[in-house]
Design a protein around this ligand. Structure first.
Ligand SMILES: C[S@@+](CC[C@H](N)C(=O)[O-])C[C@H]1O[C@@H](n2cnc3c(N)ncnc32)[C@H](O)[C@@H]1O
Length: 246
């Protein structure tokens, strides 16, 4: 069976991904071919002997820019290998990545992640390739590699059979199945430094446990992230909770 999803990462620093891809869940998903990650060094598309990828900005100013005539041919070659690929350019100016966006991406067959460096890309890269621009948050990284890793890890968890328990991501915080924060969880010992596990979780009454978890989830969302309750105000259960707890 081919991998459910293939990530093509275009970067100037493929070495950054080495440890990331060779540990834990990601290592397993690659070994069992549930997903595939192909790293492409954009320098391989530079034609001069110094493999120049960047140049000074017209008009002056600090920093260097990734050259349009290096980046575009490289992306186009990868796109030719897989017609249905979704091209995402990492930039702090893009659509903000979140769990619902990750769920949408997990249904794709190929995702191309274009990592910037320096002061970013010559503007014509976006004009020509028309990528979807994606940000992982309102702060500035040195390059797109860490952002690409965040996206790969978030999306791959949603690919069927990657996690041991299929249900484990269904109720994760922010997911479509939940949309608010996950509830509190406990494991052994039953008591530590005078703090006991809530009695209901030891009762074996699954209906009561489910109710406790739902209430705990709502309560901690109200305390830690009240903004999330506003965004789910169309849901009747959550709406009544939000009204009652205003
Ligand atoms: C130093 S940043 C360039 C920032 C750019 N001059 C600006 O202010 O919008 C270099 C590269 O890092 C990546 N990057 C930085 N912050 C990011 C973020 N929050 N999300 C996604 N990619 C980011 C992008 O690929 C970007 O081209």
């Amino acid at each position: 069976m081919p991998p459910a999803i293939r990530f093509d990462v275009l970067t100037l620093f493929p070495g950054i991904f080495e440890g990331f891809l060779s540990e834990s869940v990601l290592k397993g998903a690659l070994a069992t071919q549930k997903i595939e990650v192909r790293l492409h060094n954009m320098r391989d598309w530079a034609e001069d002997k110094h493999a120049t990828m960047d140049d000074r900005p017209f008009g002056g100013g600090p920093g260097m820019l990734l050259k349009v005539d290096r980046v575009v041919p490289c992306v186009e070659e990868i796109q030719r290998q897989h017609q249905s690929g979704r091209l995402l350019m990492l930039t702090p100016q893009g659509r903000c990545f979140n769990q619902v966006f990750a769920e949408e991406l997990a249904t794709e067959q190929q995702i191309i992640l274009l990592c910037g460096r320096y002061e970013g890309f010559d503007e014509r890269v976006a004009e020509i390739l028309k990528p979807e621009e994606v940000s992982i948050g309102d702060y500035i990284l040195n390059g797109g590699e860490v952002a690409a890793m965040v996206m790969i890890e978030t999306v791959m968890r949603l690919v069927p059979e990657v996690l041991g328990d299929e249900n484990s991501n269904r109720l994760d915080s922010f997911s479509t199945g939940n949309r608010i924060l996950d509830c509190a969880h406990y494991t052994r010992p039953r008591e530590y430094r005078g703090i006991a596990v809530p009695e209901i979780l030891l009762s074996g009454n699954h209906a009561e446990i489910a109710r406790w978890r739902e209430e705990n989830s709502l309560q901690r969302t109200k305390e830690k992230r009240p903004d999330l309750l506003k965004s789910v105000s169309n849901d009747s259960t959550l709406r009544s909770f939000a009204v009652e707890n205003k």
